[in-house]
Ligand binder design. Structure first.
Ligand code: VGL
Ligand code: ZN
Length: 199
């Protein structure tokens, strides 16, 4: 069984959102075109409480893009984004959400971030995605969405480690590029981990 995994195609990651990914809106059409080709579609969403540890608002005196240590884990500071139940956290209105079979929320713990759709950054808690895919008999996943250098990358690395045959649909991914070259480095890391890159 093969599944399509859509990563964080949410308003705040699109141009005009709180944490806009350059040309992030271009992935929506790719997702809508691919939806028909898969028996199972799973979408992740970044789903933060208002006091989330990744928000710059929670770290007075610090700036966006700075890295702080929290409970022994490095945390990049982001603009406040994808707050549960807000417009910014909603899926892009143009995305055909009718065909999504299952939604996985991540980043819900105020104390720890979760770039991967499978585990939080401290690897303390699983999101339930692996259990869901396993129960559905999924052995192959095609992954696309936002952002290449964060949530797509870490989801792909975990998928490879968990033993899924993993493909990255590059045409359906865009990077934040906080540092120049992050997207290219992420693509190299995913390939090195065993993911197949496809356009
Ligand atoms: C993401 C930064 C912060 C992502 C989520 O979806 O790639 N990036 N939260
Ligand atoms: Zn986030």
């Amino acid at each position: 069984m093969r599944a399509l995994l859509l990563i964080d195609i949410q308003n705040d990651f699109l141009p005009g959102g709180a944490l806009p990914v350059p040309r992030g809106d271009e992935v929506i059409g790719v997702a809508n075109r691919l939806l028909g080709d898969y028996p199972l579609i799973v979408a992740t969403r970044d789903w933060h409480p208002p006091n989330h540890v990744s928000f710059v608002s929670q770290h007075p005196g610090h700036r966006i893009g700075e890295v702080v240590e929290v409970d022994g884990i490095s945390q990049v500071l982001w603009p406040d984004h994808c707050i549960q139940h807000t417009w910014g956290a909603a899926f892009a209105p143009e995305l055909n959400t009718q065909r999504i079979d299952h939604i996985v929320s991540k980043g819900t713990d105020p104390r720890v971030d979760s770039y991967s759709g499978f585990f939080d950054n401290a690897r303390r808690r699983a999101t339930g995605l692996h259990d869901y895919l396993r129960s559905a008999g999924v052995v192959e996943i095609d992954i696309m969405g936002l952002a290449t250098d964060y949530c797509v990358q870490f989801t792909v690395l975990d998928a490879c480690e968990l033993g899924y045959r993993t493909r990255v649909v590059l045409a359906g991914c865009r990077g934040v590029e906080l540092k120049c070259g992050d997207t290219t480095r992420a693509i190299e890391a995913m390939e090195a981990a065993g993911a197949i890159l496809v356009e």
